[in-house]
Design a protein. Structure first.
Length: 216
């Protein structure tokens, strides 16, 4: 409540200031500038920060659960929480919104992983533009093919620490080295932020609950 009241006061102050500028014939340039900066601050606070930087799981869950009108973001919530009754609909919305194959590729790969459909991942991987994400799914395919040594070598080229640690946790869990898997899972969570942290949290909540029992 205190946070909402603070935001209300801030935006009210901006509104009053813009009225003051308008009534006192300040230039349109400065008036638009104040409005633009306010919109930018609001975007960073309410969209960019939770997407990229927030580490609080409760805030991330609240943010993602309200994104039904943004299918490219809402799909993260749907897949992380395994909402089978919504996933097909949201994927169809994504296909309608993002027409280019390269734009759809990462969504299709994530959906393929959700369904454990390796063929779908293989089809999507060549069209994923971001190299770390492409390598991430290539490593998963190597693991599914039983090529764990090649997978370990392949993931070393990934620059993002949370991705490398996530894959290493998966490799160790697959060969039943649970303690080592937990160690890598902790590394993955500690180096992740924003929606990536939320996805990892929800996954480890299911498969390695020891990792997330003290995280909120």
């Amino acid at each position: 409540m205190r946070k909402s009241w603070g935001e209300f006061v801030f935006y009210l102050a901006v509104f009053v200031f813009v009225l003051f500028m308008t009534w006192n014939d300040y230039s349109l340039f400065w008036t638009i500038g104040v409005v633009g900066v306010t919109i930018l601050i609001a975007f960073i606070k309410h969209v960019f920060y939770p997407l990229v930087f927030d580490k609080r799981i409760d805030r991330l869950e609240s943010f993602l659960s309200k994104q039904q009108n943004t299918p490219g973001t809402y799909i993260i919530y749907v897949l992380a929480n395994r909402l089978d009754n919504e996933v097909e609909l949201v994927m169809e919305q994504i296909k309608q919104k993002y027409k280019r194959r390269t734009s759809q590729a990462q969504f299709k790969a994530a959906y393929g992983l959700y369904r454990k459909d390796m063929f779908a991942i293989r089809q999507a991987v060549p069209h994923i533009g971001l190299s770390d994400y492409r390598t991430y799914y290539e490593t998963i395919l190597l693991l599914e093919d039983g090529q764990s040594n090649q997978a370990r070598e392949r993931l070393q080229s990934i620059k993002k620490q949370w991705m490398r640690s996530t894959l290493l946790a998966g490799i160790e869990l697959k060969v039943e080295n649970r303690d080592t898997a937990i160690q890598h899972a902790h590394e993955a969570l500690n180096s992740s932020r924003g929606v990536n942290r939320y996805v990892l949290y929800k996954e480890y909540e299911r498969v390695l609950p020891e990792v997330v029992e003290h995280i909120s």
